[in-house]
Design a binder for this molecule. Sequence first.
Ligand code: CA
Length: 230
Amino acid sequence: MRVLVVEDETRAAALLRRGLVEEGFAVDIGSDGVDAVWQASEVAYYVIVLDLMLPGIDGFEVCRRLRADGRWAPVLMLTARGEIADRIRGLNVGADDYLPKPFSFGELVARLRALMRRGAVARPAVLEVGGLRLDPAARTASRDETPLDLSSKEFALLEYLMRHPGEVLTRTVIMEYVWDFASDATSNVVDQYVAYLRRKIDKPFGVPQVEMVRGAGYRLRAGTGQQRLG
Ligand code: CA
């Protein structure tokens, strides 16, 4: 299991490497952020241990660049103890877990193993489909760079559609994932909210991205949204 450890402090990096090798990992060390981004694009690492404080670009930027390049190796971020804002920011740029320094080596290994079980599947922090862009953490959405002003339910509906681009989603399925038990939503409500959403995300742009599939449900077009529909 090949692991990339990104840590600029030589002594800490050497200690981590020695410990992980004893646990059976193959360990490469990255000593700055730019190098780490390059290494992670050359080798399909099982997991990446990423220190936040690095010379050049920091751990947030490393993680952001990896995800933007479609590199999905799980990332465990090493943060300073008590820096809750750093943990939130790290998770929001695409890290999978964090461990505050100083940490127990046993916990580090257990977390790495848990992360490796997830595998390197795509887990984008920001969703992009055609011209649509939605950032669940920042609660912002845009189409063709124009910000969209959505209610929280419209936002949730769009997020769900964007997590399933190109799939036909029935009203029942949409209701199940976007509404909760406490709401007395009916399938009419889905139609109503899709209509609200279309008014905001499709109508001003001339090219519909949300399609109704007769007798089945709705589908978000996965294409670029550039071509005009007949
Ligand atoms: Ca460091």
